[in-house]
Design a binder for this molecule. Structure first.
Ligand code: PNS
Length: 166
């Protein structure tokens, strides 16, 4: 059914790189939203030790979701709540893998609501097979020559391999 007023969700993150866990959360969000905007943050926190540029991260997200025209990807600088309002997002999507994610996620959700009272955050749990998966672990395993083909989609794997070779 096509809704007159489509429900729009925004899924922000560093996506450095996008993993199958992120992908799973994004696709699940379309059970409650009609459209999803995956928002790739310009800045990756220093603590996370970034690998790919924002353009590369954006391209990978676009390639991964090429098959679904309900999902679009954008990059952004500045506050998430500004972008969320600009695109008319009804809610923010974030993945919750384990209790250890909760504190950080709770703080962000509350801060976003302080900044914009209309902000709602919906937490989705990924498939259990991805509950341990993180972009930082994928980067590390790949850098050390391990096989990450179970954890990332083909376009991401190709870039990681190129990066290791180069
Ligand atoms: O994948 P990550 O690194 O956990 O994502 C964190 C992200 C990008 C969602 C968060 O840092 C963010 O929203 N950054 C944009 C700047 C902003 O709005 N900061 C205040 C958030 S409470």
């Amino acid at each position: 059914m096509t809704r007159v007023h489509p429900v729009v969700a925004i899924y922000p993150g560093s996506f450095d790189p996008i993993t199958k866990g992120h992908e799973d959360v994004a696709r699940r969000s379309l059970r409650i939203a009609d459209r999803l905007v995956v928002a790739v943050a310009h800045t990756v926190s220093q603590a996370k030790g970034g690998l790919f540029s924002v353009e590369e991260r954006l391209e990978m997200v676009q390639e991964v979701f090429e098959d679904d025209d309900r999902i679009e990807a954008v990059k952004f600088e500045g506050l998430l709540v500004d972008l969320a309002q600009e695109i008319g997002a009804h809610f923010v999507v974030r993945g919750l893998r384990a209790v250890s994610d909760y504190e950080y996620e709770f703080e962000m959700a509350q801060m976003n609501r302080e900044l914009w009272s209309g902000s709602e955050t919906v937490f989705l749990t990924p498939n259990q097979q991805y509950s341990f998966l993180s972009a930082s672990l994928v980067r590390e395993v790949s850098r050390l020559g391990g096989d990450v083909s179970r954890f990332v989609s083909e376009p991401v794997l190709r870039r990681l391999q190129r990066r290791s070779a180069g």
